[in-house]
Design a protein around this ligand. Sequence first.
Ligand code: CAA
Length: 240
Amino acid sequence: MSRVAIVTGGTRGIGEAISLALKELGYTVAANYAGNEEKAKAFTEKTGIATFKWDVGDHQACLDGVAKVTEALGPVDIVVNNAGITRDGVLAKMSFDDWNEVMRINLGGCFNMAKATFGGMRERGWGRIVNIGSINGQAGQYGQVNYAAAKSGIHGFTKALAQEGARSGITVNAIAPGYIDTDMVAAVPPAVLEKIVAKIPVGRLGQAHEIARGVAFLCSEDGGFVTGSTLSINGGQHMY
Ligand code: CAA
């Protein structure tokens, strides 16, 4: 029986590419999504990958969601914490809700999903957790104190949990994408984005599959000696 992987936010953007890459690796994939029913339905029709709806920022919903995936597909050995949102704005204009939602979903989601799966991975002596951080968690970004803090938190979370999982065959790593051609980046005002792209040495936005290949490696058997690391995939924008 093939191993089961959950990809949060796995039906769109970078998450969609990750779901496909893990399926290609031979894993049984469960793609979690939060709200876009239409896109999730189209995704399953196109890929044959099962989708499961819950809010990763809701602790109980994660426990229940993982229980449903386990019942449908089997015990979960791989989690990719990809789900994330932006609520950009300068501090002066940022509401507490904009701060809290980004922390709750982007960083809280990693905690919730790890709580729901880590014990089982430890019992079975094998696991892979990949957390999607960001260049903006490494370098900061004007207008993103919430997002940068949450993503930076993900990098710390990754290094701490890696230490807890190492002796049980569980690796925990992060990928720090740069600016990737997705709906999230398309929402950046064009004039601002133009200036950002001008600072990318490779001279273009990244593609979702370029992140997915890195995730696939970290989730493979060959990735077993890589833990607590952050792989930066950003076209050279921040060499870290
Ligand atoms: N450094 C210093 N000053 C800056 C600046 C920067 N990087 N960017 C803008 N400013 C200045 C502007 O020049 C302007 O100055 P003046 O008033 O003197 O002209 C002032 O700050 C206000 O700028 P804006 O007009 O842009 O302010 P705004 O309130 O309309 O918008 C914003 C602010 C929403 C943050 C907007 O600038 C923005 O969307 N920026 C992009 C943020 C970004 O990169 N988000 C990434 C989303 S994708 C993602 O997060 C994925 C990932 O992991 C990479």
